[in-house]
Design a binder for this molecule. Structure first.
Ligand code: C2E
Ligand code: MG
Ligand code: MG
Ligand code: MG
Length: 282
């Protein structure tokens, strides 16, 4: 019985691996079609100033609703795009689409104040032309880089921290706002944090979600906020779902917050209706 179940377990494991590979190939193929066919979308989630309680920007998040696969999470398809050599093209699309949307809101008489946050993958950072590439897209749309906040994850920066120091320096000098995303999960050191030319740290969702139930997570959040302030960096808490979390973060002096408690990621039109104010008429 033991041998049989062990063997069965092994076969099941192999089958699961096979399915996983097949699934990734299907995902890659369908993602290519979605990208070529203009079937990808950006959703926008508001970011709030915790003290003043007002919207200070939004994060653009990729959304893909495939006719056969249904909604596929970016957490699932971004790694596939990175693996299959599609990430630079996908990243370009995201920034171009975000620029188009900013201009479209403006043309429709809606004022987007603050910054639009754009996620940039490790693969995009590895491109030696990354700064000109991102700057070129923004300039082509006649927008200032200061209207954007580029989010780079702490772990992607730590893949090659010396290079990250330089890329951040150049992106900052070009005028982009810079945030370190998923902070607390990427093992950066204080000395790197000091050298990264970032404006802001985004405290990872895992710590925020547990901060009121796990004293260790509360300590981590507190420490990140204190450390960020001493380095002159702003803090944004990710994944704030409840008022008591917002209140605790406010009491700790966290600057900004994002999460379902404030607003979910929504399509551009919904975002405009809910969160943007009409431009004053001349
Ligand atoms: P992220 O950049 O850390 O984005 C925050 C994620 O948390 C988003 O997941 C958002 O929908 C989710 N979220 C926001 N508030 C809450 C909350 O209160 N509770 C919970 N449970 N979740 C919340 P999403 O949209 O599924 O994106 C997942 C990840 O995929 C992103 O994490 C980012 O790393 C990546 N991603 C999304 N769009 C892009 C993109 O355009 N380019 C790149 N390179 N990566 C992207
Ligand atoms: Mg992000
Ligand atoms: Mg994050
Ligand atoms: Mg994340």
């Amino acid at each position: 019985y033991q041998a049989k179940s062990a063997g069965g377990g092994y076969r099941l494991y192999q089958a699961a691996m096979g399915t996983d590979l097949a699934k990734r190939l299907t995902l890659a193929k369908r993602l290519r079609q979605a990208l070529d066919g203009g079937k990808l979308q950006l959703y926008y989630q508001p970011q709030f100033d915790l003290g003043r309680g007002c919207v200070i920007g939004a994060e653009a998040l990729l959304r893909w609703n495939d006719p056969e696969l249904g909604w596929v999470s970016p957490a699932e398809f971004i790694p596939v795009a990175e693996e299959r050599g599609m990430m630079n093209e996908l990243g370009d699309w995201v920034l171009r689409e975000a620029c188009r949307q900013l201009n479209a809101w403006e043309a429709a008489g809606m004022r987007f104040e603050g910054r639009l946050a754009i996620n940039v993958s490790a693969i995009q950072m590895e491109d030696p032309g990354v700064v000109d590439r991102l700057l070129g897209i923004v300039q082509q749309a006649r927008l200032s880089p200061a209207r954007f906040d580029l989010e780079l994850t702490e772990s992607s920066m730590m893949r090659d921290p010396e290079r990250a120091v330089q890329v951040l320096e150049s992106l900052g000098a070009a005028g982009f706002g810079l945030s370190i995303d998923d902070f607390g999960t990427g093992y950066s050191s204080l000395s790197y944090l000091k050298r990264f030319a970032a404006d802001q740290i985004k405290i990872d969702i895992s710590f925020v979600q547990n901060m009121l139930v796990d004293v260790n997570d509360h300590t981590i959040v507190t420490t990140i906020i204190v450390m960020a302030r001493s380095l002159g960096l702003k803090t944004t808490a990710e994944g704030v779902e409840h008022e008591d979390q917002a209140a605790a973060l406010r009491a700790l002096g966290c600057d900004n917050a994002q999460g379902y408690h404030f607003g979910r990621p929504v399509a551009a039109q919904v975002f405009g209706e809910h969160w943007l104010t009409p431009s004053p008429t001349a």
